[in-house]
Design a protein around this ligand. Structure first.
Ligand SMILES: NC(=O)c1ccc[n+]([C@@H]2O[C@H](COP(=O)([O-])OP(=O)(O)OC[C@H]3O[C@@H](n4cnc5c(N)ncnc54)[C@H](OP(=O)(O)O)[C@@H]3O)[C@@H](O)[C@H]2O)c1
Length: 271
């Protein structure tokens, strides 16, 4: 289904990249909120184009000042994980005191979900492999399930919300681990779970949230606030130069990155 949006045989947009951080080089005559030299981060979404030397953004669009306590790489990684998590937590009505399980807690969305879930007052359990247990704990998870040793659906524990970022914790597998009235947040799901989500929500006590998360402008500003307050710091696994972008994609495609991979685009100035 994603191919219908992004291109069936190859990407529709010649310049990829949906988020970036950098310094403002030029502004239009009516711009009042930003000045040349300001450090910013932004989300271009389906418009893409963020892997370019220059990107044109509207001042009232998905653009915000870079949190001064973050590097450019960290700021560039704020939106993808942070805004998706805010969108799913809102649609899944995450509340203070909820027991939240994050499957795939060491990826971009998972590391954001653990941190933002803790900040929202949830009691967070992360699911990851042995190599990432200490990382996920350091992000604030009260409990960590190592999926190479244990199955979170077989430990007689129940959760008010389960977020699946990997696609291995759909309704059939997760329902026994959901408390009555629980919410299943399918950030990544197969087609069957995606299509069944409304029906399950209507006919059972479980609410299933699936499909693309809309990204309101306010959520870009909200992730910046969370970062400034020290509640959300994106995890950067590796940084590649733009010239090594093929290697970067190969690494990401293996499905085992920790947090995000950043691409640095050589800085040039307009003459
Ligand atoms: N619905 C939406 O609006 C939306 C928006 C954006 C993205 N997405 C989707 O969200 C998904 C997650 O994106 P992402 O960038 O966060 O993923 P990611 O960073 O590539 O996820 C990699 C992580 O998944 C972990 N992992 C792999 N197999 C696992 C398993 N069986 N159980 C638990 N953890 C496992 C890996 O940990 P180990 O190395 O320890 O295995 C690794 O840290 C993508 O499929 C993306 O397309 C959806």
């Amino acid at each position: 289904m994603a191919r219908l949006v992004f291109g069936v045989t190859r990407p529709r947009k010649p310049i990829l990249g949906t988020e970036f951080a950098g310094v403002i080089e030029r502004i239009g005559s009516g711009v009042t909120k930003f000045a040349v030299g300001d450090a910013v981060f932004a989300y271009t979404g389906a418009r893409m184009g963020a892997h370019a030397e220059f990107v044109c953004m509207r001042e009232d669009g998905h653009l915000a000042p870079k949190p001064p306590n973050l590097t450019f790489e960290q700021a560039a990684a704020l939106c993808f994980g942070g805004t998706v998590v805010l969108g799913f937590f809102r649609r899944g009505r995450l509340e203070r005191g909820d027991r939240l399980l994050v499957n795939g807690a060491s990826g971009t969305i998972g590391t954001a979900a653990v941190q933002i879930g803790v900040q929202m007052g949830a009691v967070v359990t992360g699911v990851c492999s042995s190599a990432n247990v200490s990382l996920v704990r350091s992000l604030g998870a009260s409990d960590v399930v190592d999926y190479t040793k244990n199955d979170f659906t077989a430990n007689n524990r129940q959760y008010d919300a389960i977020m699946d970022t990997v696609g291995t914790a759909g309704y059939a597998r997760s329902r026994a681990a959901l408390a009555p009235g629980g919410r299943l947040l399918l950030v990544y799901s197969g087609l069957v779970d995606l299509l069944r989500a409304p029906l399950i929500s209507l006919t059972t006590k479980t609410r299933v949230v699936a499909g693309p998360a809309p990204v309101p402008v306010n959520d870009v500003r909200r992730v910046a606030e969370l970062a400034v307050a020290g509640h959300f710091t994106p995890v950067i696994d590796r940084t590649y130069a733009f010239e090594q972008i093929v290697d970067a994609h190969r690494y990401v495609d293996q499905g085992h990155k920790r947090g995000s991979v950043a691409i640095t685009v050589t800085s040039v100035h307009l003459g």
